[in-house]
Design a protein around this ligand. Sequence first.
Ligand code: ATP
Ligand code: UDP
Ligand code: MG
Length: 459
Amino acid sequence: MKPFDAKTLNRVWRSLLVETLDESAHNTAMIASINTDSRAIKPMDCFVALVGEHFDGHDFCQAAVNQGANLLVVESKQPIDCPQIVVKDTRRALGLLAAEIRRQFGGQVIGLTGSVGKTTTKQMLANICQQVGKTHMTQGNLNNDLGVPFTWFALPEDCQFAVIEMGANHQGEIAYLAEIVQPDVGLVLNAGQAHLAGFGGLDGVAKGKGELFSALQSHQTAVINADDAYANWWQDMAANAGSKVTFSMRENAGADVYASDIQLAEQRFTLHYGQHTATVNLPVVGKHYVQNAIAAAAAAYAAGLPMAAVVAGLQTFTLAAGRQQLIQLGQVVIIDDTYNANPQSMQAAGDALSFATGYKIMVLGDMAELGEAQIEIHAQLGASLQHAADAFFCTGTMMQYFAQHNQRAQWFLDKQRLSDELLQWIISNVDKTVPTTILVKGSRSMKMETIVEFLRQQI
Ligand code: ATP
Ligand code: UDP
Ligand code: MG
C-alpha cells in the first residue's frame, strides 16, 4: 500500500465521519498500512478498531498506540493521546478505502465468485495473467468483507492485473464487494449447494452470485457459465454490462470459450478460444478442474489476453493448500483435500479418485451449512459415492447418514478413533505391490487436516 495521509483518509471517509481529525494532527498522521490487530501493529500503522464476536477492537487502542500506531479509526472517541478519526462503521471504512485504492489502480481487474472452485480458478487465472504482466491476487481465502479490502491494501506497485476472489454466504454480500472491486471482467463460476441455508435455497444462491453481474456497467464484461441452470437468469442480470463472454464444457453450446476432446485420464482437453484452438495438459486430475480451466480461460478472453498465455498459465498453475495436495508416505499416497467440502466438491473428489490405480479409501467428515436438507444430502452422497472408493472411513454427526447409505462405509464417533482404526488398517493391509490412495475431506469446521497430520507422524 502506498502511504496515505490523514487528509486523504478524511476525504475517503467523509460519508461515514462522526468526528473529523483535528487539523493539528494532519501532519503527524501519515500512515504506512492499515491494521486491525493490535498484536501485529508496526510503527506508522493505522489501527482500525473492529467489533468482533469475541473482542471489541476499541479495547485494544492503547495497546496499538504503545506498539507504534499513529492513527486510530474508531466508532467512539477514545481517551487516548493519539490522532483519531471517528466513523459510523469501521468495517465500511475499510471498504471505502479499498474502493479508493482500486479507483487509483491503472491495471485490469478480474473479479470472480461462485459456489465452488473460486480459489482454484483464481490460482489458474492469476497464473495466466502472470504470463503477461505483474499480477496481484487474493491471498489464501481472504474473500469476504474484510479479506477483499485487505487484498487491496496489499496491492504492490506497478501491477498490471489484480485477480480478486469474492465469497458470500448471504444476499447482498457480493453486491457490497463488487462496489469495492469494480471489476473490468466479472466471472460467476456456478451456483451450487454451498451456503444454501444463508441464501435461502438454490435460487437465492444464483441471485446472490448474480449480484456481481448486476453491478457491471457499460465498460465492464460479464463472463457467464452457459452450462449452469441459471445461465439465462444471469444473462438478464448482466443487462447493463458492456459485453458478455460465455463458456461451456459442451461443443454445441455456441459458447465463446469451450472445451472438447476431454481426456480425463490424461488430464488433457482441446481449448476453443474464440477463433483459435489449442491442446491443454492440466497438472491436476478431475473434470471439475477442466471446468475451472475453461472459466479461467473465458475470463482471460474477456480481458483480451493471448491464447498462448492461457495455455502456459493453465499448464503450470499450482493448487492452494488443502486442495487435493498429494503427500507420499511410503506406499501410501494421501490426497489432502481438507480445506473444505460441499456436495459438489465431494462428488468431484470421488470422481477424481476413481482415476487412481490400486486400493482407494475416502476419509470423510461432515459437510456444513446445508440447512434443512442436510440429512438427505448426506444420505444421497453416501449412495452416489458407493463406487468411488473401496472403503470409506467417516466421522461427524451428519456422516452417520452417509454411512447408512453406503455399504463400504464405517462410521466413527470422533477423529481420533477414526485415525487409530485407519492406521491399524494401513499397518495390516498395505501391500508393497498395490498402491494405496487415501483422500481426506470435510467441511472447514471439521478440521480434517488433523487426520492428515496424524498419518504424517505415524506412517
Ligand atoms: P470457498 O467458498 O471456501 O472459498 P472455493 O469456491 O474457493 O471455496 P476451492 O477452494 O477452489 O473453492 O475448492 C474447494 C473444493 O472444491 C476443493 O476440494 C476442490 O477440489 C473442489 N472443486 C474445485 N472446483 C470445483 C468444481 N468446479 N466443481 C466441483 N468441485 C470443485
Ligand atoms: N483484537 C486486537 N487485539 C487483541 C484481540 C483482538 O486488536 O488482542 C482485534 C481483532 O484483530 C479484531 C477485533 O479485535 O479486529 C475483534 O476481535 P475478534 O477476535 O472478536 O474478531 P472476530 O474474529 O470475532 O471477527
Ligand atoms: Mg476460496
